[in-house]
Design a protein around this ligand. Structure first.
Ligand code: NAP
Length: 308
């Protein structure tokens, strides 16, 4: 596969963490002619102009996508259908549309029925993010060495899928193809359910802090602190993830609850062997993640001392 890719005009719909990082990574790679962008609120568009996040910020999504060869839908999953309805009439013949949504079945349902003749769609999911959002949150290195899952609908042209893979690799990602159902299940395990658990744990601690007079926050140790970082993620994005990846998330939460009960029973019965075996198995998973280069082995997750 050739690693050369270039789009003369790229339109980013949504100007938050992911779109902003894509713009900066595209500039770094020199693979786009003009990058246009649009976000719903005037405030976000003004900020994007002020920091030159893209080459041209437009006041409508239609203006942004006019003549674009690549259109990226970088809005919350629940907004994809409305955005697609807005831009579909003006998409250029031969254009490639992709999204960066964290859930894929619902994006397929939102986008594919509205796709005009002569326009292709292949989904992308960069497995990279931070708890920050908005136009100032982006940075060019966000995708470096992170996976981007490529989710093609049935019948997608091989050359189009390959072009999108090459694009993401130019942005620094590694790519892997996945079918839509498998994507949503895998993401429920590695991302969606863990976020819900973090939200819950921080909520429980917040209730408790009223009893313990803020000690939960004052003495927050590494485990809890990491939960708070995840639980600071964008509320709109995560609301949409759970509403649209309902089945897979509920399936994983069902399994999680069963395991939690088993551990609860082991604690009650003083079954140290069960606990030790369980924690040994989970420790091996952490080692696997580090060996795969997806996290750092630095103690305290590589945090600078001053941020402690
Ligand atoms: P973000 O920083 O909150 O940015 C979202 C952007 O979408 C904002 O510019 C917002 O504009 C715009 N927007 C919202 N509704 C819109 C609409 N109806 N029409 C036009 N623009 C609209 O979010 P993000 O983190 O970049 O996430 C974008 C997508 O990437 C989501 O689908 C998310 O699931 C996916 N994703 C996120 C992560 C992550 O960790 N953050 C990772 C992988 C994939 P305003 O500012 O004007 O509201």
């Amino acid at each position: 596969m050739s690693e050369a890719v270039r789009f003369e005009r790229v339109a980013l719909i949504g100007l938050g963490l992911i779109a902003g990082s894509m713009s900066l990574a595209m500039r770094r790679a020199g693979i786009a002619g003009e990058i246009t962008g649009y976000a719903r609120s005037a405030a976000t568009r003004d900020t994007a102009r002020e920091i030159s996040l893209v080459d041209r910020v437009c006041d409508s999504a239609q203006d942004a996508v006019k003549d674009a060869d690549l259109v990226v839908l970088a809005v919350p999953v629940g907004a994809m259908a409305d955005v697609m309805a807005d831009i579909a009439p003006v998409l250029k013949k031969g254009a490639l549309v992709t999204d960066v949504g964290s859930v894929k079945r619902s994006v397929f349902d939102a986008v594919l029925p509205q796709l005009p003749e002569g326009v292709s769609f292949v989904g992308s999911h960069p497995m990279a993010g931070t708890e920050h959002s908005g136009p100032r949150a982006g940075f060019a290195e966000l995708f470096d060495n992170r996976w981007c899952l490529i989710v093609a609908p049935e019948g997608a042209e091989e050359a189009t899928v390959e072009k999108l893979e090459t694009f993401w690799r130019a942005l620094g990602s590694q790519t892997e193809r996945m079918d839509v159902g498998h994507h949503d299940l895998v993401c429920a395990v590695v991302s969606h359910a863990p976020h819900l658990i973090a939200y819950t744990m921080v909520g429980v601690a917040d209730d408790l802090s009223r009893v313990t007079d803020q000690e939960v926050i004052k003495f927050s140790a590494a485990g809890f602190r990491d939960f708070t970082r995840i639980a600071a993620s964008d509320p709109t994005m995560w609301r949409d993830v759970f509403l649209t990846n309902k089945e897979a998330t509920l399936e994983i939460l069902g399994r999680f609850t069963e395991e939690l009960f088993a551990l609860q029973r082991a604690i009650r019965q003083g079954d140290g062997e069960h606990l030790h075996d369980y924690f040994t198995r989970t420790r091996a998973i952490r080692r696997g993640i580090i060996e795969a280069g997806q996290d750092t082995d630095a103690p305290d997750f590589g945090r600078a001392k001053k941020s402690d």
